[in-house]
Design a binder for this molecule. Structure first.
Ligand code: ADP
Ligand code: MG
Length: 394
């Protein structure tokens, strides 16, 4: 699960980091009121669940700025805020349609002498979280990491004991912090590591961490992603979800206890189990097709869930054919077959269906489908199913 920058900063502040003053606004008027309250130059920051905002652009707006804009005057503030709320923001992480902005963070502007990167992720090779840091942070960090990976410093963090002060201080020195900056940087790094561990994050990052010409160390941007499988332990975090940022179909599926992933092709896939989803997509691609999505009904889905799954799948207009690929283990083929019959009655699909059933109660499943006389193609095995659905989608 992702959250907004302003929420990430609140979590860091609660863990002991000092963050700059800022006010979240949901309209141009609120942005102006925040500008008046903060007084003086501010930065308007579009709050979307995607990085690269600074270098992004507002689609069809003609504006020559992105989701992070330095503002001096009240007039300018109104104009920029108007664009931010009106047009979707396109960054290299949003896709071509961009993301609608419903919140803008009005933040006091900082003077920047240098920009540093710090982030905590799980390092799967050593089986521990690590703090990664780079003295050359900011919007070019991906290029720095690709061209000069030796500039990325890495410090393992004990999952039991957390980051130790000496580790943070040593890293601060290695990043070139001097004098009083060291203690400020240390506090921020310890807070970042604490949030990562306490809240079961998969990523917690500050980019940039800024040093001002006066030597203040400032958290300018923060990004935190949580491990969905641990969310049940953090009701406070679950509450931070901004549903307007989520894909509506994926949200609907997760509410029904299903996992749905939107892709870019035209074949809808209903499968049981993530492994089968992967091999189904592989074989579709192998035979020249492209999956539009996959919906994993998992092991123990009931008839209602499978019906909802088919509704979600068919609500996607890019779906030109559907492959139902079930290997019944815990999931029984007759349950799937009954759900398919019920869903057909309800949603009256206009696209071709190919069904491949195998496993527990397969004879019942096939009989149910046959007796219902639905307009669908059955397949004998996975290759046969893939060939038939790829042909149907064309
Ligand atoms: P993103 O990573 O999504 O592009 P950032 O918040 O990192 O967004 O902003 C991009 C750049 O804009 C930063 O690297 C920094 O140079 C500048 N910036 C961001 N916030 C401020 C601020 N409050 N004051 C001054 N400059 C800022
Ligand atoms: Mg950033």
């Amino acid at each position: 699960m992702k959250i907004h920058e302003y929420q990430a900063k609140e979590l860091l502040a609660a863990a002991g980091a000092v963050v700059p003053r800022g006010i979240v606004a949901t309209s141009v008027n609120e942005v102006l009121a925040a500008f008046d309250r903060l007084g003086g130059p501010v930065v308007l920051k579009a709050q979307v669940h995607a990085g690269g905002r600074g270098k992004g652009r507002f689609k069809n707006s003609g504006a020559d700025f992105g989701g992070v804009k330095f503002i001096k005057t009240r007039d300018d503030c109104a104009k920029v805020a108007d664009v931010m709320f009106k047009f979707p923001l396109v960054t290299k992480q949003t896709g071509a349609d961009g993301q609608k902005v419903s919140k803008v963070l009005v933040q006091e502007a900082a003077d920047i002498a240098r920009e540093i990167y710090v982030g905590v992720v799980l390092d799967r090779t050593i089986g521990m979280p690590i703090m990664m840091a780079c003295a050359e942070g900011g919007v070019e960090i991906e290029e720095v990491a690709a061209r000069t990976p030796e500039k990325i410093l890495k410090v393992p963090i004990s999952p039991e004991n957390g980051m130790q002060s000496f580790q943070a201080r040593r890293l601060a020195f290695d990043l070139g912090f001097t004098g009083a900056q060291v203690a400020q940087a240390e506090k921020i790094m310890l807070a970042l590591a604490k949030v990562f561990l306490d809240k079961d994050c998969s990523l917690a990052e500050i980019n940039p961490l800024v040093v001002s010409p006066k030597g203040e160390v400032i958290v300018l941007d923060a990004k935190i992603t949580f491990d969905d499988n641990a969310l049940f332990r953090h009701p406070d975090i679950e509450k931070l979800l901004d549903e307007s940022e989520e894909n509506p179909a994926e949200l609907r599926a997760s509410r029904a206890g299903l996992s749905f992933i939107t892709l870019t092709g035209n074949i809808g896939c209903l499968v049981n189990g993530a492994g089968l989803a992967m091999s189904t997509m592989d074989i579709i691609k192998y035979h020249g097709g492209e999956p539009a999505n996959f919906l994993d009904v998992g092991g123990g889905a009931n008839k209602e869930q499978v019906t909802e799954a088919l509704r979600i799948l068919l609500s996607d207009p890019s779906v030109k054919a559907v492959l139902i690929n079930i290997f019944g283990g815990i999931m029984k083929c007759d349950i799937i077959a009954n759900a398919v019959v019920a869903a057909f009655k309800e949603v009256k699909p206009k696209v071709p269906f190919v069904v491949r059933l195998e496993g527990t109660n397969v004879a019942d499943g096939r009989r149910i489908l046959q007796e219902a006389g639905l307009n669908l193609t059955t397949a004998t095995d996975l290759t046969d199913a893939a060939k038939k659905v790829v042909a149907a989608a064309k």
